[in-house]
Design a protein around this ligand. Structure first.
Ligand code: ZN
Length: 491
């Protein structure tokens, strides 16, 4: 029989939780739910961890001065606004309080419902109530999932942006997650959401780092390599923002290409499977798409990083070729966020109704083919907006700032209109304009932008449209920092 127990928090508040016989257990902690399942109470498996004053100090800082899910006004991170706090509240499962009785533990919000499988998630396996760890979606297990769970390439890209943004926020504060993996980032491809969990072992500045072993496949090569050194060896590498950057790149690669970037056909040691694995993910790790060393390249790769467009190709090369064994060469989370967002603007809807990916990156208009299903795009449906911003103080001189690939009913936001807006947690996400195909013509409809002008220089008021014909040039807004847009169509 389940029984209700009571936990007492540091501030004296009492919280109820349900004691069950086999509470869910992770590497560090076990979990009890509140009677209404809105929060969980977690205790440490190892009493030494619970009694370690460093652990308590770390968790206090995580809940308080480093907390991006609480505004500064409410005791959270420095400079954190209410808007930013409410944005990141959905992106992290961040601990909210310390339990002092019956023993040391933490209180966390429960994950939102959509991160749990339900009874219709698979016809083949009983997944009901299990959390959505990403390897269900990115490994061969994917075939057991029902179609409603799998999302499409666009939703996988959306989750990649969300993950890069969350990790950028951690790193901006000087924090490192230390154990990013398929188990600690739950994903919901059907909605494009992801949530970072297991926040209590963050690396906090000035506090002894947590003893985290990491997870196979996500541990940075330098950490795995140095695991055989003695604990006090100064060359031993511990989790840091650099190791997070490796793990994050692996996750993004998995989300977008549904395979692991380092696990290929190469045999590194015939001595034992364990030794082979140690080398394959550690000192000898080789990217399966390394352009200079093809020794670990599978025979059939299918879609590659080249198909993801120039921004992501470059980032993956830096992460898995230049930076694989050279941590300081790895792209930062901010660079990932920017590259992913630019790539998002090149999404193109695949017109093949049977295409499982549904969307792809149209980066080369001379080869306008969906890499997932080989379906070609009709020339007439290739419309691109080339954004240009005015050089500061140089009237009439414009520099290229990005390209938008247009599709039917594509929403345009402030960052598509003004060069000083970046789509981060602070951005205004209200619709500004949209593109559509109307009576066979591609048009851009102004929804609420002030100062939009037509190619002939006339004002385009709200609810009016600009025709997107080849060679057209117009101002998205004549207000300060408004982009100049030049259109190419059919090429
Ligand atoms: Zn396709």
């Amino acid at each position: 029989m389940d029984k209700i127990a009571e936990a007492i928090l540091e501030n004296g508040t009492k919280l109820q939780y349900v004691i069950t016989d086999n509470p869910p257990k992770g590497g560090m902690k076990y979990t009890y739910f509140s009677p209404d399942k809105s929060y969980v109470i977690q205790f440490f498996n190892d009493p030494d961890t619970a009694n370690n004053p460093n652990v308590k100090k770390r968790i206090e800082r995580i809940i308080g001065k480093y907390n991006p899910t609480l505004s500064e006004q409410d005791g959270g991170a420095n400079g954190n606004t209410k808007e930013s706090a409410s944005y990141f509240l959905k992106k992290f499962c961040w601990p909210t309080a310390i339990v002092k009785y019956p023993e040391f533990g933490i209180v966390c919000p429960a994950y939102p419902e959509n991160f749990f499988f339900d009874k219709d998630s698979s016809e083949f396996i009983d997944l009901n109530g299990k959390d959505k760890k990403s390897n269900w979606f990115t490994s061969k297990n994917r075939k057991y999932l029902s179609e409603k769970e799998c999302g499409n390439f666009r939703s996988m890209l959306q989750m990649s942006i969300s993950l890069a943004r969350s990790i950028r926020r951690l790193h901006q504060a000087g924090l490192a997650h230390s154990d990013l993996s398929c188990n600690n980032v739950l994903i919901d491809p059907s909605s494009g959401d992801c949530v970072v969990i297991d926040i209590d072992s963050l690396v906090v500045p000035g506090i002894f780092p947590p003893e985290v072993a990491g997870t196979r496949g996500y541990i940075a090569p330098e950490v795995l390599e140095s695991m055989r050194m003695s604990a006090d060896d100064e060359n031993r590498k511990t989790p840091s923002t650099y190791t997070d950057l490796h793990a994050m790149s692996v996750l993004i690669y998995e989300y977008l290409l549904l395979r692991h970037p380092l696990i290929g056909p190469k045999i590194y040691s015939s001595e034992s499977a364990e030794e082979d694995d140690f080398l394959a993910l550690g000192s000898k790790a080789t990217f399966i798409e390394n352009p200079y060393d093809t020794s670990n390249r599978p025979k059939e790769l299918g879609v590659t990083i080249k198909d993801l467009g120039p921004y992501l190709e470059n980032l993956f090369i830096r992460a898995f070729v230049d930076g694989l064994h050279n941590p300081s060469e790895r792209p930062t989370a901010m660079e990932w966020e920017k590259g992913l967002v630019k790539t998002w603007d090149l999404l193109h809807k695949c017109e093949n109704p049977n295409c499982l990916a549904e969307w792809f990156i149209l980066h080369d208009t001379n080869k306008a083919v969906c890499p997932f299903c080989e379906h070609s795009v009709k020339k007439d449906d290739i419309i691109r907006l080339h954004l240009k911003k005015q050089l500061r103080g140089k009237c009439g001189q414009w520099i290229d700032c990005g390209v938008i690939d247009v599709y039917d009913n594509m929403p345009l936001f402030k960052w598509h209109i003004f060069s000083d807006v970046f789509p981060d947690e602070k951005a205004d996400r209200d619709l500004q304009a949209y593109t559509c195909k109307y009576q066979g013509q591609w048009i851009l409809v102004n929804y609420c932008v002030k100062g939009m002008t037509s190619p002939s220089g006339n004002l385009v008021p709200a609810r009016h449209a600009v025709s997107l014909s080849d060679g057209a040039v117009f101002r998205a807004s004549s207000e300060e920092n408004g982009f100049l847009i030049s259109v190419t169509a059919g090429k």
